[in-house]
Design a protein around this ligand. Structure first.
Ligand code: ATP
Ligand code: MG
Length: 303
């Protein structure tokens, strides 16, 4: 049975089709990435998964429990870290986590609350009021809140937005541990290198539709070979090289170009063409394609 099953989900806000028939499922134990540009519909979909918003059509179920007709069972198996920071400012961190536990009917949860706070470096803030926390600290509490009932399925909507490097590492260590222990993770992030490192499979949403759904490694393999990034101190890119540019906006913006190369032997003729055109190379790098390159290609509709 799927940890999360999303079937033909549609959502409309007046004239705007925020979700245009989204279908995918996530298997138990997966670390799954839900990616897409601003406004693609990720948070809309997560609100429907969390039961905060109703789909106009389609169904969502968590471990076999429909999020509408079987809400309580579905919700008890799900932990959601929302994108927006919303709190009652007058409670302390510990009180906030105890209340959340109470919501799930857990009365003696202090041992786990302490462990979660410890893993998120929140222990020394346990008795601080929410309003006195910095933005990054508040986000840690949001993560802790999602985990108080040890949900088998954990959905994180931009958990690392505005978060410093240290917490990102702490957070990923903890989430990866939960994943190893069998929890299913669904992650939304704009940091594609994070998604590449963590997610075994990803879905890409564009304007409310799934435009890619595959193993992370298979998506990256779709872009064959590597890329030669050249910065020109003088001159512009010769016409003969323009078809190799993988990010079309570079043709407009300027002096740095990312060129597709299938084999190392392609590099020599590129350099010769540049030299003959009178261009002067300021900087040059050969790099492997990564998830960000795939994302850009897919979002530009090239593949
Ligand atoms: N309550 C609402 N009323 C009207 N329009 C909405 C509402 N919520 C979202 N939208 C619109 O639906 C679309 C999808 O928004 P959503 O927040 O799901 O995007 P997202 O993929 O989460 O983007 P981001 O990466 O910026 O978080 C956007 O065009 C947004 O303006
Ligand atoms: Mg969002």
């Amino acid at each position: 049975m799927a940890a999360l099953q999303i079937l033909n989900v549609e959502k409309r806000y007046k004239s705007l089709q925020a979700l245009g028939g989204v279908t995918f499922s996530v298997e138990p134990g997966e670390f799954f990435g839900l990616l897409g540009p601003n406004g693609a519909g990720k948070t809309t979909l997560i609100s429907i998964i969390a039961g905060l918003s109703r789909a106009d059509a389609g169904t969502v179920s968590i471990l076999g429990h429909d999020v509408v007709s079987d809400y309580r069972e579905a919700r008890s198996r799900l932990g959601v870290v929302p994108q927006e920071l919303v709190f009652d400012p007058f409670f302390t961190v510990r009180e906030t986590l105890r209340m959340q536990s109470g919501y799930f009917g857990l009365r003696k949860n202090d041992a786990w609350i302490d462990e979660v706070m410890d893993n998120l470096d929140l222990t020394d803030k346990a008795d601080t009021n929410m309003r006195a926390l910095s933005g990054g600290m508040k986000r840690r509490v949001l993560v802790a809140q999602a985990l108080v009932h040890k949900p088998p399925v954990i959905v994180l909507d931009e958990p690392t937005a505005g978060v410093d490097v240290e917490l990102r590492q702490t957070l990923w260590k903890f989430i990866s541990r939960l994943n190893r222990e069998g929890h299913t993770i669904v992650l939304t992030t704009h940091y594609l290198e994070e998604a590449q490192a963590l997610c075994n499979r990803v879905a890409m949403l564009k304007a409310g539709k799934v435009v890619a759904l595959d193993k992370t490694s298979s998506l990256i393999r779709r872009i064959s070979g590597s890329q030669l990034v050249v910065s020109l101190a003088r001159g512009t890119l010769p016409d003969a090289l323009k078809p190799l540019v993988s990010h079309p906006d570079e043709l407009v913006s300027g002096s740095k170009y990312t060129l597709r190369v299938n084999e190392y032997s392609d590099v020599e003729p590129i350099l010769a063409t540049l030299r003959q055109s009178g261009a002067v190379i300021e900087d040059m790098q050969l790099q492997q394609a990564d998830l960000e390159d795939v994302f850009i290609q897919i979002m530009e509709g090239e593949k």
